[in-house]
Design a protein around this ligand. Sequence first.
Ligand code: TXA
Ligand code: MG
Length: 310
Amino acid sequence: MKINLTNIKKAKKFLNKDECIGIPTETVYGLAANAYSDMACKKIFNLKKRPKNNPLIVHYYNIQNIRKDCNFNHDFLKLYKKFCPGPITFILELKKNSKISKIVTNKKNTLAVRFPKHPITRNLLKTLKFPLAAPSANFSSRVSAVDSSHIREDFDNKIKFILEGGKSNIGVESTIIDLRNKPTILRLGGLEVSKIQKILNKKIVRKNSNSKIMYPGQSKLHYSPGMPLKMNIKNAKDSEAFILLKKRKKIKSNYFFLSKKNNLKEAAKNLYSILRKIKKSKYKSIVVQRIPNRGLGITINDRLKRASKY
Ligand code: TXA
Ligand code: MG
């Protein structure tokens, strides 16, 4: 995608004035503001109607920029070198003298750090004097936005500016890993755990959704499409929206295809757009074909499982 410098300048202007704007990332769009400013960060929580005790991810250009804000270790360096910028978020120890707003961390001593890959947002981050706190740009407990039009759908004109970046390439949120002690996956996401495992070459703990909920953002009611959803279904009634992994020859009007062939990456990229499309259609319930539990299929199944708790 071509980088429009005028738009980046505009984005910068809004952010410098403590405003909150939409930004593209390779995973999903974010609702971004100056992570050092209490006032700017408060705006994010108000807009999203997000509970105050659910901390935000802070987005940086590169490793140099995080030194003032947090401590890191060898595991972090290995993963940073291999996967950043990219769809992974690290939970690290917050430094006592960090300027990160207490609103971002909910006064905890940890910080979620991410280095997004989208070239437009990287360009923006490079020129700013502060990192960007940004949750996914959707209403709390709804599916994330993977296209600027989705942000408009949720927030209408309440957001002053959206930096256009086309459709998000990965389509599901970043994988979150706590690296303070034993590496622990807190949220499955756009980077497969098997790839992380290969680099760290040690046991990785998985906090499954049954374990004590640490943060509301990890609660089961997340990612809800706003209607009943059932997984692993072979056949659908005509009155139900039917999500299939692979295009069929015989097409019915209630079929929604995640990919042309059996491609799980393409399926992840299309998942949230399809859920949003169905929400706007006449269908009142969703059934989904079995999705293989490998590669990004594991993340897709995680999101569908949460969505099915509606
Ligand atoms: O791909 C992504 O990660 C997107 C893009 C915009 O970067 N962001 C995103 O943010 O998904 P959000 O706020 O929708 O989800 C962040 C999750 C929440 O579940 C939150 O509870 C958790 O990260 N989180 C944030 N700070 C944390 C911390 N210090 N410790 C543990 N979890 C944390
Ligand atoms: Mg979110």
